[in-house]
Design a protein around this ligand. Sequence first.
Ligand code: SF4
Ligand code: SF4
Length: 220
Amino acid sequence: MLQRNQGYWSSLFFTIRSVYKGMALTARHMVGATKRSSAATRLDISSNQYFNHQEGITTASFPHETLPIPENGRYKLHNEMEDCIVCDKCVKVCPVNCIAIEPIRSPEEFGKTSDGTSKRIYAASFDIDMSKCCFCGLCTTVCPTECLTMTPEYAFSTNHLPDHTISFANLSEQEITLRKNEWEVYLKQKAAQEQSPAGTASPATPPKPVIKPLRPKFGA
Ligand code: SF4
Ligand code: SF4
């Protein structure tokens, strides 16, 4: 009987001690958190010292508080369309096929990028589905004009899946139709010229001479 009473009292003591320890820890952090959040002692979350004092640390109240991010981090993609030559390299290199471009070829150069590269292809659409993107950065690496970059923006969560697809193309519907027509007319004219008998082709567009490739000289 005495042994059973001893077990009861030791269990009770252990329980009370555990509750006391837990509550003391909670109270200590509550007081610490109150002190940290007071205007006089507030430490900016972007400070390197922020995590040095663990007392009173609670979860960061995002988006009001944000942690600093590295400059070379990989986040939301952006395409500066004025500098895009619609070369399709980013599409080909993407391991998850999240970039989709509808190109429209132009019969002639219609502009230059900021680094002087000729622009000869319009983009009827240039969409990136960020919900598929694995942020590998390969597309930005292969881009010849460096128009495709990763911005510091990382907070773009949404519960509406189509919102993750970013459209960068800036042609209106009328322009798209016009450019497509231009290219079709050009193809028809070119085909007509190629089919016309020799000597009747327009002097402005003479038939291209056939240049035979030189044979490599082995053992030369
Ligand atoms: S690689 Fe660069 S230039 Fe080429 S289509 Fe993609 S974004 Fe445009
Ligand atoms: S970062 Fe990688 S996965 Fe995302 S679009 Fe570029 S190549 Fe594709």
